[in-house]
Design a binder for this molecule. Sequence first.
Ligand code: ARG
Length: 416
Amino acid sequence: MTNQTATYLAQPDDVHRVLLLYSGGLDTSVMLKWIQDQYQAEVVALTVNLGQPGEDYDVVTGKARQLGAVEAHVIDAREEFARDYIAPAIKANAVYGLGYPLFTALGRPLIAKLAVEFARRSGCDTIAHGCTGKGNDQVRIESTIATLAPELKVIAPVRTWKMGRDEEVAYAREHGIPVKGGSEVAPYSIDDNLWGRSSEGRWIEDLEVAPHDDVFQLVTRPELAPDEAQTLEIEFEAGVPVALDGERLGLVELLERVAAAGMRHGVGIVDHIEDRIVGLKVRDIYEVPAAAILLPAHAELERLVGTIHQNQFKAMLDQKWAYLVYAGLWWEPLRTDLDAYMDAANAQVTGRIGVRLYKGSARVVTRQSPYAVYDAQLATFSESGGLFSQEASPGFIELWSLQSRMAWQVRHRDQG
Ligand code: ARG
């Protein structure tokens, strides 16, 4: 019927029972009905809990059933997300562009992997998602499904149904789908999980407009943050945070507590222009309180225990890791290869970092590690002797600068 641009896309005849990745928002609620109407198909709704703050999952599944889902499931994937996605990201100091810690990019492959598992278990032939045709998320989700489950088909109704927000609201009204917050002001487009929150749309698309206060739903605006600083003591073992202020915590809880402290102190606001995989440049407002504290703390400790050679080299691999993940290639073997290096480099990243939070800033103030490549005795200005002989330095300088000095002479000999 329609011409097929990818083999994994469903033709109408393929679609009998659909696993829908359901958030409870307008797009996927309209979709839940629309798929039943359009394909005469059954819909199984799946909602994945990655730690979206303030989400009521009973309400979400109730809504799915009310809209005709034959089954409605919630999976609490917070532990898996923290352990298998966020921890590797911390070890890789993962940031894309000028400050995006990849929370959405890390979440999508896990959501899609869980969709595949659930689709197989509940006898679905097709997976449906609510991504648009302009974003990175469609790439991350569909490449995961096509990689892990070549037998499953995909539909992405938002890409094809040609409804704008007004038509969707009309469709919702017509089909008895509750619309949150009326239809007057379009809401921001939000995505969030344990590792951060993004807002897109509305005035954010006007690059000349400074952020409106109402976009910040997590982080206190720095100008309203407390006048007293707070210092967090974060303890790492092999690159992973394991304790906060002397208390050992599971990773999910640790992330939540660090985020709460960051939010209070206005830490983790990022106003980001981003080069998407699909060519567009887009502006995102990010609130990433946990990442804005833990990533610099980890990087600090890693630099302390690594040699100059390791530190320079790892930064290049970190950048490659972040790009692969951003670009939707989580399942690419190079990412796993890089993880092996990340684990090796992080074997010594054990110790404590103190981070002071104050009105929007998170600044490392103390460091301690049994593996630090550091000797306070050697580093002092006044002392000489022992391993470090200051008298030997001129000999080093002569050899170290030899090629540079020769090249300088060659380039200047004709200039008189
Ligand atoms: N720009 C970020 C990314 O590509 C965040 C995307 C948020 N996704 C969303 N559906 N609102 O990873």
